[in-house]
Ligand binder design. Structure first.
Ligand SMILES: Cc1cc2nc3c(=O)[nH]c(=O)nc-3n(C[C@H](O)[C@H](O)[C@H](O)COP(=O)(O)OP(=O)(O)OC[C@H]3O[C@@H](n4cnc5c(N)ncnc54)[C@H](O)[C@@H]3O)c2cc1C
Length: 496
């Protein structure tokens, strides 16, 4: 099943794949919220901009998000305060508030029909609120100190007891319709987008971007790919996670209005209306990419059924997030190359970070001062705030490398793999990712991730091969779905 945001989606004008070599002032890789928000002001400033998108506009995490726009962070303002202090915490709220205003202004200017509306956000504990909760009190204090007007909330439109905090004047929209609208606006202003054009190589020295069919020479190149492609030091400290979403129709028609973060365990809820039909969306069951266990969709269906009068389930999808080692996103010029730009480390808050990143990178390219460049710059070094996560993630990578290289079972014959099954196994000394489709077709790939040589793991609910080291993901034909890998999993030798 695909994301709910495709309901009523009109797509964008035809964006044919790149077929001929060309030149540009700026190549933006990736047509999510970051790439398109970067490209638009550049085109308006007279730059020749080409956007290259591996799949379709908004087909990455933007189109798999929850569509909530908020000034705080889903993981909590108190955690940010503890790491960075009150001044940075207030800057984050301020910067994100400006980014939401920018989104709203673009929607008005280009008449983008994406259901944007101001909404309250709620951070709630389930229960009757008779006892005080230290984490909620800390969060309340941190939000106040960051300059947000907040109120207490009790069971706000929810059919069960809950209590906590209300943050007014946040927003919601359909994220896919928004970026499709941005893409149309970009094309209208003279920008060029090529869909189905995965970038396979970037030569920073020469300023060349290559796809399978053609290349572009460009003065500047922007990795708006959610995580930079290829090898970057920053990847060593990122926690890469997957999170799942399920949408349902309710029997009683009582859909709650707002952004709801229900704590312990964390679940995000929102309603969405399309035409005459309403839906309730729940997002949660986060786990590290490549460390998949169990059926997360089923757990979300049970969560909704336990709390709401569910009539039927309509959609399910999943998406990936990158949590930066020091808790803030990395946006702007990359280390070592003045012509390369990137934006990553958005955690679950990247619709707003992506909008901010677009403005920030465009300003940097155009030489316009932007007060947030210093705060969120990708060249910052913050060992005191990031060393722990770097250390933990490097242990994780080492653990996976050792366990997966040494511990993979051997297989004598592919007949051992039944229909619908998949397995990583060693055959003739080669690590293989083996999958037999329900129809019986055998697909055998190398299990070695082309990014940094870790071994991929099978993700059964999504039928993908996921790398537990840095989050590259591949479909059953080996093609890259997302993550830092440029190239597909190679076809294995000796298949038969
Ligand atoms: C379950 C979930 C829910 C979320 N909900 C919210 C929310 O409610 N609010 C919020 O603020 N944030 C949310 N986020 C985070 C947010 O969705 C993302 O951080 C944000 O959409 C990232 O935007 P992006 O443009 O940087 O990346 P993407 O939208 O992923 O865009 C990157 C694009 O680059 C393309 N690409 C990648 N490699 C190549 C290549 N080699 N060549 C060409 N193109 C390439 C991809 O196909 C993709 O389209 C959520 C995240 C998750 C996981």
């Amino acid at each position: 099943m695909e994301t709910i945001w495709r309901l009523g989606s009109s797509g964008v004008p035809v964006c044919a794949p790149l077929q001929t070599n060309t030149e540009a002032d700026v190549v933006v890789i990736g047509a999510g919220i970051t790439g398109l928000t970067t490209a638009l002001p550049l085109v308006e400033a007279g730059q020749r901009v080409v956007v290259l998108e591996a799949r379709t506009v908004g087909g990455g995490v933007t189109g798999g998000s929850t569509g909530n726009l908020y000034t705080t962070l889903a993981s909590g303002q108190a955690a940010l305060c503890r790491k960075w202090g009150d001044e940075v915490s207030a800057d984050v709220v301020w910067a994100r508030s400006e980014a939401i205003d920018d989104i709203e202004a673009l929607i008005r200017r280009f008449s983008i029909d994406c259901g944007f509306r101001r909404q309250s956000a709620y951070r709630l504990l389930i229960g009757d609120g008779q006892h005080s909760d230290r984490s909620l009190n800390d969060e309340r204090d941190a939000l106040c100190r960051a300059g947000l007007d907040i109120e207490s909330a009790e069971s706000p439109g929810l059919p069960f007891d809950s209590w906590g905090i209300r943050i007014p004047d946040q927003a919601q929209f359909n994220p896919l319709h928004y970026v499709q609208g941005l893409a149309s606006a970009l094309i209208g202003e003279g920008g060029v987008i090529h869909e189905q054009s995965p970038v396979r190589r970037v030569d920073a020295e020469e300023g060349v971007v290559e796809t399978d069919t053609a290349s572009i020479a460009a003065r500047r190149i922007v990795f708006a790919t959610h995580t930079p492609k290829g090898v970057s030091l920053l990847q060593a400290g990122m926690v890469v996670s997957r999170e799942y979403a399920v949408a349902a129709r309710l029997r009683n028609g009582e859909y709650p209005e707002g952004i709801f973060w229900l704590l312990d365990p964390f679940h995000s809820l929102r309603s969405y209306r399309h035409g005459d039909a309403s839906y309730l969306v729940v997002v949660g069951e986060k786990h590290k990419t490549g460390e998949h266990v169990g059926d997360h969709y089923q757990l979300l269906r049970e969560y909704l059924s336990n709390h709401f009068d569910v009539e039927s389930f309509s959609h399910q999808w999943s998406a990936q997030q990158y949590n930066s080692p020091d808790g803030l996103p990395y946006i702007g010029r990359m280390h070592g190359h003045d012509n390369l730009y990137m934006a990553t480390g958005f955690a679950a808050d990247g619709l707003v970070w992506g909008a901010l990143a677009g403005r920030l990178i465009a300003d940097e390219i155009l030489g316009h001062a932007n007060p947030w460049q210093a705060r969120f710059g990708s060249r910052r070094i913050t060992p005191g705030k990031s060393a722990l996560q770097y250390a933990k993630e490097n242990v994780t990578v080492t653990k996976h490398l050792a366990r997966d290289y040494l511990g993979t079972e051997s297989i004598d014959s592919f007949e051992e793999i039944a229909r619908g099954q998949a397995r990583v196994a060693t055959k003739n000394g080669e690590k293989l990712a083996i999958h037999r489709t329900e129809a019986g077709e055998l697909k055998v790939l190398s299990a070695v991730c082309p990014h940094l040589k870790c071994i991929v793991h099978w993700n059964a609910p999504e039928s993908t091969w996921d790398c537990p080291c840095h989050g590259s993901r591949f479909d059953t034909d080996g093609e890259v779905i997302e993550g830092p890998a440029y190239r597909p999993l190679s076809r294995a030798g000796g298949t038969g």
